[in-house]
Design a protein around this ligand. Structure first.
Ligand code: PNS
Length: 198
């Protein structure tokens, strides 16, 4: 079957090939709507790798909500309120970025904030499996929510909050790995812990 020439003016192709998926059946938000993205994480504490992703995400999306998981099972060093405070201290320069927190399912939080996108960073192939699992689980729970991955800037691809805390705790130099305000907070937190232990 040929496509009627009144509808299609390109070279002759079969109707099967030019089938157009109605917009209502695609998952991507329509282009006219402003796109809100959520960047979820533990951020215990925020590193320069996270900050790089926030800066790049703020250019891609109309609004970016950086959301701290507050009921983290990983026994964080900083409380959710402290982690949010540290984030707010450094994202203030981006007018379309805000900080929030959530408990429970990420997909529920995203729906509550009308977000169409979850933003995550991938540093190395070792991140991929964990991220793929989460993205596919989130897609199963909420097919409309898209996960968008950005590759970490190579300058930060080896940084993790866990390693920053470990290196700092053992007296190593972490300048350039976290924002200066975070480094100061880590110093205060560690000396408080030392005083308690003494
Ligand atoms: O920075 P992290 O610790 O790698 O972030 C993990 C996070 C917060 C994105 C993930 O643990 C999460 O989304 N938790 C909420 C619980 C949830 O929705 N689970 C189902 C999907 S995996």
């Amino acid at each position: 079957m040929r496509v009627p020439s009144t509808l299609y003016r390109g070279p002759a192709v079969s109707a099967k090939i030019v089938t157009i998926i109605p917009e209502s059946e695609t998952r991507l938000p329509s282009k006219s709507r402003s796109v809100i993205a959520i960047y979820p994480g533990s951020f215990d504490p925020i590193t320069n790798g996270h900050l790089d992703l926030i800066q790049r995400g703020s250019r891609l999306f109309d609004r970016l909500i950086v959301s701290v998981l507050s009921n983290d099972t990983k026994a964080p060093l900083f409380s959710a309120a402290e982690r949010m405070e540290m984030l707010r201290e450094v994202v203030g320069v981006y007018p379309n970025v805000e900080v929030d927190s959530f408990n429970g399912l990420l997909v529920d939080h995203a729906a509550g904030r009308s977000a169409a996108v979850v933003l995550r960073g991938i540093r190395a192939i070792s991140d991929y499996e964990y991220e793929l699992q989460m993205a596919l689980m989130n897609r199963r729970l909420c097919p409309q929510l898209e996960t968008v991955f950005l590759l970490a800037n190579e300058a930060y691809s080896f940084i993790s909050s866990r390693l920053v805390k470990q290196v700092f705790g053992l007296g190593g130099n972490i300048s350039g790995l976290v924002p200066p305000s975070v480094e100061k907070r880590l110093q205060r937190r560690m000396s408080k812990a030392k005083r308690k232990g003494a």
